[in-house]
Design a binder for this molecule. Sequence first.
Ligand SMILES: [Zn+2]
Length: 291
Amino acid sequence: MLGLVQYHLTNSNALHNLRDNMERRTISRKLRISGIGLHGGRPSSVILQPGREGIIFRRFEIQIPARLDHVVDTTLNTTLGSAGARISTVEHLMACLYGTGITDCEIELEGDEVPALDGSARELVRMIRASGTRLLEGEILPFVVPRRIRLESGTSWIEASPGSFEVTYEIDFPDASIGYQRYCYRGRDFAAEIAPARTFGRMQDVEKMRSLGYALGGSLHNAVVVDGHKVLNPEGLRFPEEFVRHKILDLLGDLWILGRPVEARIHAYKANHGLHIGLAGKILEAGLMGA
Ligand SMILES: [Zn+2]
């Protein structure tokens, strides 16, 4: 915890105000992160290296730029693909890059899924901050949303409206342990407010997800698991509204696929990766670059 606080103080510029043009930034040295994939359950490693061509994943020598046109699946995670190679569950790593102000980075994957670590972005943020970042030449212009954009799917929806950057998220689960939660993130302190929030699952969904090949690596070490009114993790929650904070983490990671900050008021209700990526697509279509 101390490390996070100290990091925040010494790197406050990296937690930039996203309304402004953004500095281009990469990591200062190679970083290797190993673990198991949340869905596949297989060992994997990511090797982050300094870059200057945006955020680019690589697997089997195939380059997969972190761009909307390479999103190939949004079922329970965000998967990128190109030329037959796929990389699953990129959203937490993308959120971490967003939160540390990284605009350019090469990411080699050994395995088919980004390691889950503890189910949040806390460890990734800590590692990137500990190893340092460096500025690149040039600036990134934000997307300015000129009018309200809204997407719906059943009772779920997401919208972006003109205004200063903020993300409001609402969720509503029948489980008493989650229930209705709302959180508003105004871009102040990603490392403290959002990065520690872990992914979560409901006990009754686990068997079904596993039969479909998801959550095979999921455990109490990398997810919050709830069963009705109970949180099964012995250590409990990191925040009373950890669940909705994690949804904001997912959304920020999914929007970072745009490669530019979004100057808009974003509001999501019971949304998912499909709606997040759908909104990114609409912003790309409608957004104006620069203020
Ligand atoms: Zn997530």
